[in-house]
Ligand binder design. Structure first.
Ligand code: ADP
Ligand code: MG
Length: 467
């Protein structure tokens, strides 16, 4: 049987309003509990209204994940007692979710999507002086309460923690491409990871942020479950919490079963019907998805699958950056080569994304032009790109500052001097010993402290050689 893993992924939807009221979804910069109203605070007697946009975003996700969309659906109340939800129930979808039976492929890995549904986000709890298991006290911030979420539930198709990371990266990239998710709004993707070994009870690790943490939590959980099993102890069905500081999981509570939530139909909300026209409209407005974009990069820019794949799957903004550069540089293959092999490496080294780096399309195009015009040879270019990523100083200025470029005039002077001092090598060259030229190039390079271009030196040397 081995390891079985299934994920529940919560994605904040990029709407203007909250799911059931007209408060802004975006609460950046607001004081705690400022961005609330009687509906998202769950006052008795307040009446929720469904955001159409949230349903549409859910439909977009469902289509991108190849799901079947339910044409008639409703919302249910999931009852539980916890301060993050003052109504004591969360409005979610249970009996009939927005969509079911999808699929997302990541390379050869095929992960079935069990369901996609829409629900409201609970309030944010701030645990002071510790974490959820040991804090001194807890503060409540309802600004987030009622933000629309899409919950994407997979089948337990993963067999290793590593696969979940690849899947989540692809999913995130896809969500960004659809435009329903905006990481710039400090939106987060939160994951509940379910894992069992050898057909045993499953454990759910709740509310993990960061894909690396999902992988770590699962790795820990598998080791823990295996060691319980080896000592013939029982693996309990429970909910656990991931502690990012120690990379371990701790027990939160014994897992409730479905019945404990006492799901009931929410009588405050109408049924939602999706007719052909509405569905057709969402299909028509469907943005280009990552796999389609890779195919387009291959045909439009003549890239190999490999380069197109790296650029698009790195993240949407890296692909946007690449296309922006191609608009002002006529060699998409060269842009790709430098973007993937050097720019991306330098960014990764600094654990930076293109969008939060100092690199701009204008600067990168300038860098490429320096190479194309022979002002910068490949070896120095590899140095300079690192410096550009580190400092954000324009490549032209960097070149000047680090004196990687010696003016042609200076270079001619140095060559003249080398030629004057090496009459013997010149004679050898003339008598047919071509390697003498390499020797002379070496001397010039040394004189310029290697800050010149061998091709240029070779050209000037043969031109200036006395006849
Ligand atoms: P619940 O609603 O109680 O959380 P679900 O049946 O909806 O339970 O499943 C939630 C998640 O648990 C899904 O992602 C599913 O793939 C995963 N899951 C179900 N069974 C197992 C199992 N035996 N091992 C690991 N994950 C599982
Ligand atoms: Mg669940």
């Amino acid at each position: 049987m081995g390891v079985m893993i299934g994920l529940e992924v919560h994605c904040q939807l990029n709407t203007d309003s909250k799911l059931f009221c007209s408060d802004s979804q975006d609460h950046r910069g607001k004081r705690p509990n400022e961005n609330t109203c009687p509906i998202c605070l769950g006052f008795p007697g307040s009446k929720p209204k469904i955001s159409k946009k949230a349903i549409e975003h859910g439909m977009t996700i469902a289509l991108a994940l190849n799901c079947n969309i339910s044409r008639t659906m409703f919302f249910s109340r999931k009852t539980y007692f916890y301060p993050d939800m003052s109504k004591n129930y969360q409005i979610t979808q249970y009996e009939v979710p927005l969509a079911t039976e999808g699929l997302l492929s990541v390379g050869d890995l095929k992960i079935r999507i069990r369901r996609v549904h829409i629900e409201e986000d609970p309030a944010r709890l701030v645990h002071v002086g510790g974490d959820i298991t040991n804090s001194e006290y807890t503060l409540m911030d309802y600004n987030r309460s009622g933000v629309p979420l899409a919950e994407i539930v997979t089948e337990p198709d993963f067999t290793s923690p590593k696969q979940t990371r690849a899947f989540l990266e692809k999913l995130m990239n896809m969500l960004e491409h659809t435009g329903v998710y905006d990481p710039g709004k400090e939106a987060t993707i939160r994951v509940d990871a379910n894992v069992s070994i050898d057909g045993g009870e499953r454990v759910e690790v709740k509310n993990i942020t960061g894909f690396e943490n999902v992988e770590k939590a699962l790795n820990y959980e598998i080791i823990r479950q295996n060691s319980l099993k080896r000592s013939q102890m029982k693996i309990a069905r429970e909910t656990r919490h991931f502690d990012a500081t120690t990379s371990t999981t701790k027990s939160l509570r014994k897992k409730e079963y479905e019945d404990d939530y006492g799901y009931i139909f929410d009588p405050d909300l109408p049924m939602v019907r999706i007719d052909d026209e509405w569905l057709a409209k969402i299909k028509r407005l469907m943005p280009e998805l990552p796999d389609q974009r890779v195919a387009r990069f291959v045909s439009q820019y003549g890239l190999t699958e490999y380069y197109a794949g790296v650029i698009v799957y790195t993240d949407k903004r890296f692909a946007d950056f690449y296309e922006e550069c191609c608009r002002s540089n006529g060699h998409p293959d060269i842009v790709a080569k430098w973007a993937v092999n050097y720019l991306l490496k330098s960014l990764n080294w600094r654990s930076e994304k293109i969008s939060d780096s100092k690199v701009t399309p204008k600067g990168f195009v300038e860098f490429l032009a320096l190479i194309e015009n022979g002002k910068l040879n490949e070896r120095f270019a590899k140095e300079l790109i690192k410096e550009y990523v580190d400092t954000g100083v324009s490549p032209g200025e960097l070149l000047y500052k680090t004196k990687l470029n010696i003016s042609e005039e200076d270079l001619r002077d140095i060559i003249a001097k080398v030629l004057k001092e090496n009459g013997r090598a010149i004679e050898d060259y003339r008598s047919g010993r071509k390697e003498s030229l390499q020797f002379l190039i070496g001397l010039v390079l040394k004189e310029t402290k290697k800050q010149s271009n061998p091709n240029e030196i070779s050209k000037l040397l043969t031109e200036m050689m006395p006849r």
